[in-house]
Ligand binder design. Structure first.
Ligand code: LMR
Length: 394
């Protein structure tokens, strides 16, 4: 049987991670996979996470199953973190999932169940795994213009023109904040225009929010998601705790199905629980429990928010330093967009050939579409990267 299998294409982000590991050069620089690193190149366990884990180790007396949707306290805490009071709690059905990817996968499965003819519109570019999972599930995908190669900002005119093609029942996948891979984001006037368009067309938004707190702050980064949740009859929201709690390997995510029709909640909740059961039964508990403990304890929450803010500000500082270094080297403002982008990533906006040249000649690893993980930089590597960008002729 196994001989019938065909080799699958490697995920380009994960393949890059391996290539970096295999590179013997001591001065190589990893700007690949989206993992936060501090100035020493370490991805630390956050203070509040350590404290909650310690407490959990002391207090937890059972590892018995929790429930197909995970602990309702986790859902409550996460819904309130992401949606605030934008919608009433009983409009939201939700399940814990293994990471944000688990939430994305379950959302796509729910879409396919509810409407096998639905097309999913994705930004060009988007996180490659969105495309890969949609293809795997056999869901039709349509891409809409998003990134303007000239300005390195959002091509909003192109985006709206392409979204004119959506029809009733289609899904439009949007990044709640900190667009991955570009770092370019909509402003709130633009978000409202998208919401109005989708409502006029009868299309349903799906938000992927994986970097809340990495862009303009915990509350500011949730504004667009809240506008969508309160501004449309139905939406799906896939959230990740991997980055903002730094618990990548614990796999904690949440999928929400929001409906302004409160009567729909029971059916939505049952469907989400069913999908969990079909795919892995019970979602992982450890990371979700740690998140719940942090969000529900005033001191832990304050410490977590403070550390997250340090992380956010350090990435903003790195963006500014890189932009000014390039300004000094080129005598132009053409890299000023790096300071305006938000989140972990920026798309440099260059060719795969120059990306490869930076890897070969300078040991600098970025994704082939020129996505850089800003958190992979530090004061020492910024001048090296800036010089390499100029040397290869970006
Ligand atoms: C990324 O985009 O680098 C992260 O979301 C990690 C991943 O799973 O691809």
């Amino acid at each position: 049987m196994f001989e019938a299998l065909k080799p699958q294409p490697a995920d380009k982000i994960l393949a890059l991670m391996q290539a970096f590991k295999d590179d013997p050069r001591a001065d190589k620089i990893d700007l690949g996979v989206g993992v936060y690193k501090n100035a020493d190149g370490v991805t630390p366990v956050m203070r509040a996470v350590k404290a909650a884990e310690r407490q959990l180790w002391e207090e937890q007396s059972s590892k018995a199953y929790v429930g197909l949707a995970g602990d309702p306290a986790y859902s409550d805490a996460m819904i309130s973190l992401i949606l605030g009071d934008a919608v009433e709690r009983d409009c939201v059905a939700s399940v814990a999932t293994p990471g944000g990817t688990g939430a994305v996968r379950q959302a796509f499965e729910m879409i396919r169940m509810a409407n096998p003819a639905a097309r999913v519109f994705v930004s060009n570019p988007t996180w490659p795994n969105h495309i890969s999972i949609l293809a795997y599930l056999g869901i039709e995908m349509v891409s809409y213009r998003y990134f303007d190669d000239e300005t390195r900002g959002v091509d909003f005119g192109g985006m709206m023109a392409d979204l004119e093609q959506v029809t009733k029942g289609d899904i439009v996948l949007l990044h709640g904040c900190c667009h991955n891979p570009t770092g370019a984001n909509l402003n709130s006037v633009e978000w409202q225009a998208v919401i109005d368009l989708l409502n006029a067309k009868g299309a349903l938004p799906m938000i992927d929010i994986a970097y809340q707190g990495f862009g303009d702050g915990l509350e500011a980064d949730a504004i667009a998601t809240r506008m969508v949740a309160s501004g449309v009859p139905e939406c799906l929201i896939a959230a990740s705790c991997s980055k903002n709690f730094g618990i990548y390997r614990e796999r904690a995510g949440l999928l929400m199905a929001v409906s302004s029709d409160k009567g729909a909640r029971g059916l939505n909740q049952g469907t989400l629980a069913f999908l969990n059961r079909q795919n892995y039964s019970f979602p992982p508990d450890h990371g979700a429990r740690v998140v719940t403990m942090i969000l529900n304890d005033q001191a832990l929450r304050a410490d977590w928010a403070a550390e997250l803010e340090e992380v956010r500000l350090s990435m903003l500082g790195l963006r500014q330093q890189l932009a000014s270094e390039l300004q000094a080297l080129t005598g132009s403002d053409r890299f000023a967009f790096l300071a305006q982008h938000r989140g972990m990533f920026s798309r440099l906006g260059t060719t795969p050939e120059l990306v490869e040249k930076m890897r070969a000649d300078h040991g600098i690893y970025m994704v082939g579409d020129s996505r850089m993980n800003i958190a992979g930089l530090n004061a020492k590597t910024i001048p090296i990267l800036a010089q390499a960008i100029v040397d290869v002729g970006v």
